[in-house]
Design a protein around this ligand. Structure first.
Ligand code: SAM
Ligand code: SF4
Length: 324
């Protein structure tokens, strides 16, 4: 459907849990507990009902996210059920990858269309410092990528640009040389704990990458639902993507809304204004009422975020609550 500014909204991110098995310092640092109680989290049948209403409005692409979506029991079945809804075009997943290898067969059998694996470093020590997890192995990551690619699963790697990994961007990007995967660098957004950390500019990253791949050039290819700008090189099987959400806002082309794990429909990352779909569902609303609530909230989607004018930001939730 079109919002009040004529943007076509066809993509919904579904956070299915606020829990996670990592503690990334920009998202849910050590010591932070997950605030939502079990009863407050949407049940799968509630999520599917919202998706049916979204489909009736022309939203046909869904991304499963969290917290870490693979820690919630039944995630694979949800994906299969979403895929089976009439009209669904695409179901994709964003994961930190820890549980991906063991669930890959069932995810592919469920019909998953693509996966984004979040990975900020290839160094075990840095991985521990960023995420609190000490078992990371670059060899295991390579085996996982090999497995995803062998199965024909479209795979992207997402690295948030941090002070810790600014010297590692070329090594991370080189994974697109070894595998047919896209490697994307995401500018740190001032959401939750991200607001207190130093932002690294994607322009700086581009200079570093051009030093390693001198023929790196922009490509206009559309590679998924996101706002990344892609770059290609003869020597790369995949593409390198930059997501400069803060320094070059791409709000004019924004196509997405978000559903938090507690059933709040969130039209823009920057603002806390939501439509409480859980309350509506649990009060016994009709399908028509649910669709109308979605329609109104999406229509009123703000024109742009206010990451560069922090005083105007009203969102206080963490990224793990929102879903990224
Ligand atoms: N746990 C899953 C994962 O890490 O992919 C899914 C949820 S996570 C919140 C989704 C994405 O948001 C991840 O790629 C993560 O790196 C990104 N993210 C979290 N906090 C961020 C921030 N402040 N700025 C930019 N990206 C952020
Ligand atoms: Fe967990 Fe993903 Fe947040 Fe890291 S970015 S703490 S993996 S939800």
């Amino acid at each position: 459907m079109l919002d009040q500014y004529g943007r076509n909204i066809d993509y919904m991110r579904l956070s299915i849990t606020d829990r996670c098995n990592l503690r990334c310092r920009y998202c849910m640092p050590q010591g932070v507990t997950c605030p939502e109680s079990h009863d407050d989290i949407l049940r799968y049948e509630e999520i599917l009902r919202i998706c049916r209403a979204a489909l009736a409005l022309g939203i046909a692409k869904f991304k499963i996210t969290g917290g870490e979506p693979l820690v919630r029991k039944g995630c694979v079945d949800l994906i299969a059920e979403l895929k089976a809804l009439p009209g669904t075009e695409q179901v994709t997943l964003t994961t930190n990858g820890l549980l991906l290898q063991e669930k890959l067969d069932s995810l592919c059998a469920a019909g998953l269309d693509a996966v984004n694996i979040s990975l900020d470093t290839l160094d075990t020590e840095k991985f521990r410092a960023i995420t609190g997890y000490s078992e990371f192995s670059a060899a295991a990551l390579r085996a996982l990528l090999e497995n995803c690619c062998t199965r024909g699963l479209r795979t992207k790697l997402n690295a948030v640009l941090l002070e810790e990994n600014r010297d590692e961007v070329a090594d991370l990007a080189a994974l697109a040389e070894d595998f047919p995967v896209d490697v994307r660098f995401i500018e740190l957004m001032p959401i939750g704990f991200g607001g207190s950390l130093t932002r690294v500019s994607p322009d700086e990253v581009l200079d570093t990458l051009r030093a390693r791949w001198p023929d790196l050039h922009p490509t206009e290819e559309k590679r998924g639902n996101g706002p990344a700008h892609y770059y290609a090189s003869e020597r790369l099987q995949g593409r390198i993507g930059l997501i400069d959400a803060v320094s070059h806002a791409f709000c004019a082309g924004c196509n997405r809304v978000r559903l938090t794990s507690t059933g709040q429909l969130k039209p823009c990352l920057s603002f806390d204004s939501t439509a409480d779909l859980r309350a509506l569902l649990r009060a016994g609303c009709t399908d028509e009422e649910l669709k109308s609530a979605l329609e109104q909230a999406i229509y009123r989607k703000p024109r742009a975020h206010s990451f560069e004018r922090r005083e105007e930001m009203t969102e206080r939730r963490t990224m793990s609550q929102i879903g990224g």
